[in-house]
Design a protein around this ligand. Structure first.
Ligand code: ZN
Length: 293
């Protein structure tokens, strides 16, 4: 059994390296460029960056936030994403312990960080990221089935006209509920605002969050997202950063990033907060949440 400090240190280092790769995704994915080729270059002077220029956080600080070759300033985003991913990975140790669940959660959290940064700046969510997020949820469920011999928290759906029951794994149920909730919200928004209110990316992200968190926790994360999105939207308007009408109503409220915050809060806070959030809306005590291995 390795000590806690080893795991936390290892996860922080791994997080910083993954964060460095996320920065590549955040820059290239909205520009439809490959995230594996070619090697990184300075966007200002186009000099190919070497290993010593790419050490997470360290290079950024050692070079005084400037390109080593042309002295152009480097965006804070690089160091922020690397630091955030390092902290997020290390903190997962206290959520999952040294288990396989940690690996699935780490991929999910990394994907959410990239989605947050890309959606905030470009108002799009790349399909690949939603696909990776959904896949980790389904794989986590399948992995739990493989080691325990049973699906964790499946939903039994009665088949009408027979006494057959359909056992739906938590990840697929979450995927379906997330998708249907947002399909309904999008339709209601389109009727109310007479234009597209929710992007297809938001819909797929909702399905991916559902696949990873299970439907109950996913619904709690969506409610948190509505609260976060509303507060952030109003704050941005108050600060005069966004004028009404420039974006569709949902773009006016930054909803993809709000959904990411909602999902992250659920991942890190555990069942107590999910129950508290749901009990504000749910007339009965909130059921068990996100507890499959
Ligand atoms: Zn440069």
């Amino acid at each position: 059994m390795l000590p806690t400090w080893f795991w936390v240190g290892f996860l922080a280092l791994l997080g910083a390296v993954v964060g460095s790769f996320l920065n590549v995704c955040i820059w290239r994915m909205p520009r439809d460029a490959s995230v594996v080729q070619p090697p990184s270059r300075c966007p200002a002077c186009n000099t190919r960056l070497r290993a010593r220029d790419l050490v997470p956080v360290f290079s950024f600080l050692a070079q005084g936030r400037k390109c080593r070759y042309c002295r152009s300033p480097i965006s804070w985003r690089y160091a922020v994403v690397e630091t955030l991913t390092a902290v997020a990975f290390a903190a997962l140790y206290f959520v999952d312990g040294p288990t396989a669940a940690l690996a699935f959660d780490a991929v999910f959290v990394a994907t959410l960080i990239a989605i947050f940064a890309i959606d905030l700046e470009h108002y799009i969510i790349p399909h690949e990221l939603n696909l990776v997020a959904a896949a980790t949820g389904i794989l986590r469920d399948v992995w739990g089935r493989a080691i325990t011999g049973a699906w964790s928290h499946p939903t039994a759906l009665g088949v009408p006209g027979s006494d057959l029951e359909l056992i739906v794994p938590a990840s697929l149920m979450g995927l379906a509920v997330g998708f249907l909730v947002f399909l309904t919200l999008g339709w209601l928004g389109a009727v109310a605002f007479r234009r597209e209110a929710l992007g297809g990316g938001d819909l797929k992200l909702a399905a991916a969050i559902g696949a990873h968190l299970g439907w109950v926790s996913a619904v709690a994360s969506f409610l948190l997202a509505v609260a976060v999105g509303t507060v952030a939207g109003l704050a941005l308007v108050a600060a005069g950063l966004r004028r009404r009408g420039k974006y569709t109503p949902y773009r006016y409220i930054p909803f993809g990033p709000a959904m990411v915050i909602g999902a992250l809060v659920v991942v890190y806070s555990g069942p107590a907060l999910v129950s508290a959030v749901l009990s504000l809306w749910w007339p009965v005590p909130a059921p068990a949440v996100r507890s499959w291995p």
